[in-house]
Design a protein around this ligand. Structure first.
Ligand code: 3H9
Length: 706
């Protein structure tokens, strides 16, 4: 990776009586083994220099430290370890002060915990986010934080991984002194001088008394356990964190550190750590595109949105929330009023929940204007059309946009399936046309597929990524095909699920097995939530071009023909009595499935949950590989990010392609080959997968070193 040969440095210099030690490893002062060596050397220097009375640790640039270099995990461990560094800092015979600006996260907060005093400027943020990487604070954090802050606060910080403002950290004693200005260096040095003046001595955190109330500490540990058992579905490291904090209560400090180390290494060895760290780097890699490296995005100060339906309104909220003005165009006054009210409903719900005030809503809505005339769009820099998902309707919108938009305006289509090349060909400026596939609800879902047609100008692609950044979305570049990355793969694994259902498993068993794998919902629950009519419309659209030899399971059609579209109609695969969102199995659905099996002359058989998951995942991985093979996704990691952010894929597994690497591509291919004997058309193995297995390679090899 880009940073691999950049190790950074630790520098130190005397400022009067204080040794100023600076961690310097742009961009976030991640602490690789060189930095850790440097920190130990700096402390030794302070010990040996008679003119030094105190040490101040600071980060170069904007941050204190983003923690240990995450790229080291999963490789042979390099000495000195972070616990060695923290122990050395704490044992220093001269007072050590951490002066924090920007972020101090993970190991960054841990070296601050090992220091004797902590200073932070107001804008600083601290946290122990290791849980998000499948590990625990392994630099003594699980032993020092409870002693300093008490078990309850320490557990809350470690189990949520949240970042706290310096001011809040000050309230519970993580920070001793809050700065007034922006300059951690000069204010920090003043603080150190003040401490020296007061002859304030060393103050090792291991001696802090935050755990002295044993009963309260034990109760906090028990409560954390109960809440995690309920919340952390399938996760490993939260339990290890609790175990480590329990050791801080029950064991002497040194023994507690050894327990922490043992638990930390267990986390490091877990596939969840690998999955979560893959997710961390992948969601950053998706921003890096070959075509946008050299170009600047086009400027945009306003966004036009065509259509105020569910998608248009959701997109409008996302854009308004980003502080941009929205001009919404609808075909008539009634539709425009409905569009505006769709937006207002979102904010009204937030007001009801106490998340925003009525004044805030008013301020946001002041950025909204509406019109029934396309001519109003003449000055707009970027337009997103979100009209009905139908090629001819969208083509007409494109024509009208072409008539009114100024030169250089970006024209984006929000479509989940349609051919963006065909839309671009409709107008004489295909270089300005791009696809933006938002996921519903568009103001909530983080994923944005940026669909790149063949004639688009690179600066328009860059503009789409810039828009994503401003909206707080995670963009993934996708090529043009039916369904792009996500929905194309969805069609296949949903097909696999339907085939399993027709062959003998109930939709309820399938959903349950898929949830057991870690998905938030199974395919049939998802269908009930989003509405069975959507898939029905797609199936009808595809019916003319469908391969007549391909297996087609008609069960979903039987439900749709009865108007059973899912939650919105009170029943789908599940029953939703009186608007309940918790579905109940429906014997009538099971009877329909039985009828369909008979009609298709299928003798039902049983499936184990494992068999279900194998098929479901094999279908997802095989199509994912085809999507990469055809260049629809740039790399396997792009497929992973689409699934993590758009399809509820369990983050701890890293995404479908990472999961495939974890179980081994040969095992996946062997499964596909076995299924292929039943249905050769559906289970044709991806050539890329076949080639990778032949070479003994994995998907990671296509991720550019990630
Ligand atoms: C730890 O400390 C373990 C110990 O408890 C125990 C040890 C025994 N390492 O996010 P950005 C890279 S575990 C390596 O785009 P921002 C990042 O990949 C650590 N690289 O910027 C990106 O690279 P690139 C616990 C790191 O300003 C670049 O820096 N710490 C690390 O939006 C810029 O990052 C965490 O979990 C790292 N630790 O946000 C904190 N951190 O340019 C993880 C960042 O090639 N980091 N990079 O794409 C963050 O949350 C955010 O990166 C941060 C900056 C808030 C720091």
């Amino acid at each position: 990776m880009e940073h691999e040969d950049q190790f950074g440095t630790v520098t130190w210099e005397r400022r009067d009586r204080v040794l100023l030690v600076k961690i310097d490893n742009a961009p976030v002062n991640a602490m690789n083994f060189r930095i850790r060596q440097g920190l130990i050397a700096a402390i030794e220097t302070a010990e040996n220099d008679k003119q030094v009375d105190a040490v101040m640790l600071i980060g170069a640039g904007h941050n204190f430290s983003g923690g240990v270099d995450i790229r080291e995990f999963g490789k042979p461990l390099l000495e000195p370890s972070l616990p060695d560094v923290c122990n050395r800092i704490e044992a220093c015979t001269k007072p050590v002060v951490a002066a924090i600006q920007g972020v101090a996260l993970g190991g960054g907060t841990e070296i601050a915990l090992a220091a004797h005093y902590r200073f932070a400027i107001n804008t600083a943020k601290l946290g122990l986010p290791e849980v998000g990487l499948g590990i625990l604070p392994g630099g003594g954090g699980t032993q020092r934080a409870p002693r300093l802050l008490g078990a309850k606060v320490a557990l809350e910080l470690m189990l949520t991984g949240r970042r706290v403002d310096a001011a809040e950290a000050h309230t519970f004693g993580l920070i001793d002194r809050l700065g007034k200005g922006e300059d951690a260096l000069s204010e920090g040095l003043t603080y150190v001088e003040e401490l020296l003046h007061l002859r304030a001595g060393r103050r090792p955190t291991r001696d802090a008394t935050g755990l002295s109330d044993k009963t309260a500490s034990a109760a906090a540990i028990q409560a954390a356990h109960a809440s995690i058992a309920e919340k952390a579905r399938g996760l490993f490291s939260p339990f290890k964190i609790i175990e480590a904090v329990n050791a801080s209560l029950e064991q002497p400090f040194e023994e507690g550190l050894r327990t922490e180390r043992r638990l930390f290494l267990e986390c490091i060895a877990s596939p969840q750590r690998a999955g979560l760290i893959h997710a961390f780097f992948s969601e950053r890699e998706v921003w890096k595109l070959p075509e946008t490296r050299q170009v600047a995005p086009r400027e945009f100060r306003s966004v036009g949105i065509i259509g105020g339906g569910l998608m248009g309104a959701g997109i409008a909220v996302a854009v308004l929330d980003a502080g941009l003005p929205v001009l919404m165009v609808e075909r008539d006054e009634a539709s425009l009023t409905r569009g505006r009210s769709n937006i207002e409903k979102v904010y009204d719900r937030l007001i009801q929940r106490g998340r925003i005030s009525a004044e805030q809503k008013e301020r946001v809505m002041a950025r909204w204007t509406g019109s029934t005339s396309y001519a109003a769009l003449g000055d707009v820099d970027l337009v997103i059309e979100a009209v009905f998902e139908d090629l001819s309707v969208k083509k007409e919108v494109f024509q009208r946009l072409n008539d009114v938009l100024k030169n250089g305006a970006v024209i984006a289509t929000n479509t989940s399936y349609l051919d963006v090349d065909a839309l671009a060909a409709e107008i004489p400026r295909p270089q300005d046309v791009i696809g933006l596939h938002f996921f519903s609800p568009a103001n909530v879902m983080k994923l944005l597929e940026v669909v790149v047609p063949s004639k688009v100008s690179p600066d328009v692609v860059a503009t789409a990524f810039d828009l994503a950044k401003r909206l707080g979305k995670i963009p993934v570049r996708a090529g043009v095909c039916d369904g792009f990355i996500g929905n194309r793969i969805l069609a296949v694994f949903r097909g696999a699920a339907e085939a399993i259902m027709e062959d003998g498993a109930s939709p309820y068993q399938i959903d349950n097995a898929v949830r057991g794998f870690g998905f938030a919902m199974g395919p049939f629950q998802t269908s009930d939530l989003s509405g069975g009519d959507i898939g029905w419309a797609t199936r009808k659209r595809r019916s003319a071009t469908r391969n007549p030899n391909a297996r087609y399971v008609e069960i979903p059609d039987r439900l749709c023909e009865r108007g059973w579209f899912g939650q919105k109609s009170g029943r789908g695969y599940y029953l939703y009595p009186e608007g309940s969102r918790q579905g109940m199995p429906d014997p009538e659905v099971e009877a329909i499935i039985d009828d369909e099996r008979r009609r298709a002359q299928i003798t039902p058989r049983t499936f184990t949950d494992d068999e279900i998951v194998h098929r479901y995942m094999a279908a997802m991985i095989n199509e994912g590989a085809k999507v990469v093979e055809e260049g629809i996704a740039l790399r396997p990691l792009d497929v992973d990010v689409v699934f993590l952010y758009g399809y509820g894929f369990p983050r701890f597994r890293g995404g479908p392609m990472k999961y495939a690497d974890t179980v081994g591509l040969k095992a996946v291919l062997d499964n596909i080959r076995a299924f292929e004997r039943e249905d050769p058309l559906f289970w044709r193995p991806s050539q890329l997968l076949v080639d990778l297995v032949a070479r003994g390679d994995n998907f990671a090899s296509l991720n550019g070193g990630l």
